[in-house]
Design a protein around this ligand. Sequence first.
Ligand code: BES
Ligand code: ZN
Length: 386
Amino acid sequence: MKYLIIPVLFSLNIYSQKVYQVIDKKRFEKHANKLDLHSIRILKESDKLLLVETSEYNITKFSDIIHEKEFVCGAGSTFFDEQSAINTMNSSQRLKGINSILMDYSISKQSIINPMISKISESHFKKTIGELSSLYSRYFRSPTGVDGSEWILNKWRKITKSRSDAEVLLFHHPWSQPSVVAKLKGKSEKIIVIGGHLDSKNYTQSVGHAPGADDDASGIATMTEVLKVLVESNYQPEHTLVFVGYAAEEDGLLGSADYVNYVKDQNLEVLGVIQMDMTLYNNIDDKIYLVTDFTNSAQNGFVKDLIIEYIGQDRYAETECGYGCSDHASWTNLGYPSSFPFESSFSGANQSIHTTGDTLEKVNGNVDKGLKFIKLGIAFMVELDK
Ligand code: BES
Ligand code: ZN
């Protein structure tokens, strides 16, 4: 009996742990009457945002209410220490993330990139999505949440095993599901980052079946293909190329917020970041929609040019989320240049995400959309690498 009680008490304890969250003020005020207000303390307030100290229980509840009432959840970014949350409230850092111009955004590496594009394997891409989405759930609290991270760790280790300049590690957080980080080390320690979230979530039943094929096995599979092609092409980077599968995105960008904080603490210079979250669904057209809010304007101009150059003149479109809807926002919030190309317009987004219906069958096994994102990922990493 003793052995049963200890894990239960332990998980209750984590659930009631104090957390700090930066949330949309209007949304919070609209739904505050449904929350346990005794356990919420407002620490800071700006025009649009609130910084609250609360329990993880309340965060999950808030996220569920927003999802139910407004379809999107947009609960906000969650942190386990107050200082990181305060940093996110700091709008001057976010403005830096949006406005900074860091790089020479010219396009000049067609002769390296085009042969790489011809190495993309559609069947391997599809297989990765199929295997990741066959786990019952990759929700960060579900028993199989850690299996998702380990599957990716092993996959990326296998892909990079021929390279002595590669490193693939788990990045641990205050919860059980780790993020996964692969690096192809360059001559410089400056980093270029491609990321996507490795968790999935069933929003009506958080520990329920959550295949998350589009959201976001597709993004992880996209990055995996980029890594595979760079290794198979024996590409020797100038700067360090970093591939991050973020844990626990679906409960408030938890994993990326923690990882970006670490990057800041390490004083690493970040040359550019691209987020791959939902690269599969093809209902509207065969364009790539660049998310123009919570992203860096100058780098977005570069991504637009890459789409036109490497995917096609008429393949570019734009959309907005209206809130920090994925891990790109964790980078923007701390002042780094980040872009988020998306599979559709926000309003036309795949309605099956966060349900048991988010599977490869939903797209009839057609992964054409994803192939475009793999091309874009390769072009982003290589063109920025100068
Ligand atoms: N992939 C989604 C974000 C998304 C959904 C973007 C539909 C565009 C269209 C992401 O995994 C997600 O679900 N994000 C949460 C917000 C996050 C802060 C918890 C959301 O949008 O509900
Ligand atoms: Zn997602």
